[in-house]
Design a protein around this ligand. Structure first.
Ligand code: NI
Length: 255
């Protein structure tokens, strides 16, 4: 059984002590594919470098809403050049984050989000969306780009919003949050999404699932998320692994 961790940040300094060993050993630990999204220009470059180094690692490039403060329009050319790399499979992660007071102003986040959706449309790449406490605006902005498809990663919206995304042709992805005690909302959303629109991810090094909650997360823990999602959907973990693997490969167009 091979698992696809569709979202992990191995460029994070928390992996400095053991990044090489950890990434090299993922296939023998049951994780056959990983997508590493960038959060700004340096981490997007690092994501591409990791993807070049490991056959099972793919990259996404983009400006995360929390990190987009210094963004200048000329940087879209850098992202465009990076995105032409054959192992770059998406623009991400991009989106809106209204949770933190100190984040860049909302209208600026929206501007950077739109620019990157435009880039994704131009390059015919899917997008990885980060939406925290910004459900209404995130949905409204993606509707402005009907030609672009994407995934809402670490989905935190309602079941109703998940159904809306499915209607728009989008994917919905879940993290270790599914395994937490207060997961009712995420579990309801996961139940509302058809199997062929679901993906799983660790969001490493954050969001470690139970029983490793609070520790540094890595892709091996995606097995716990797969088990929980299988339980929600009433299928076996093997079936859930197979379906989310196929969904991820189809969505990111990985041969
Ligand atoms: Ni992330």
């Amino acid at each position: 059984m091979a698992l696809f961790d569709t979202h992990a940040h191995y460029d994070d300094p928390q992996f400095d002590p053991d990044r090489e060993e950890l990434l090299a050993a993922l296939p023998e630990n049951g994780v056959g594919l990983v997508v590493n999204p960038g959060c700004d220009i340096p981490t997007s470059r690092q994501a591409v470098a990791l993807a070049e180094r490991y056959p099972h690692v793919y990259a996404a490039v983009g400006y995360h809403p929390e990190n987009c403060g210094p963004y200048v329009p000329e940087e879209l050319d850098i992202l465009r050049a990076l995105a032409r790399h054959p192992k770059v499979v998406a623009i991400g992660e991009i989106g809106l984050d209204y949770y933190w007071e100190e984040n860049p102003p909302r209208d600026f986040q929206q501007q950077v989000f739109r620019s990157q959706l435009q880039l994704a449309q131009e390059l015919d790449l899917p997008v990885i969306v980060h939406d925290r406490e910004a459900h209404g605006d995130s949905l409204a902005i993606i509707r402005e780009f009907p030609a672009v498809r994407g995934v809402f990663h670490c989905f935190s919206g309602s079941a109703e919003m998940a159904r809306e995304l499915v209607k728009l042709g989008w994917m919905v992805s879940f993290t270790g949050v599914l395994t937490y005690k207060n997961a009712r909302k995420a579990l309801e959303a996961a139940a509302a999404v058809p199997l062929e629109r679901l993906m799983i991810e660790t969001d490493s090094p954050y969001m470690a699932p139970v029983p490793n909650r609070g520790k540094r997360n890595d892709s091996r823990n995606v097995a716990f998320i797969c088990e929980k999602l299988a339980e929600v959907k009433g299928i076996s973990p093997e079936e859930c692994a197979r379906i989310t693997w196929e969904n991820g490969k189809r969505f990111f167009r990985i041969p």
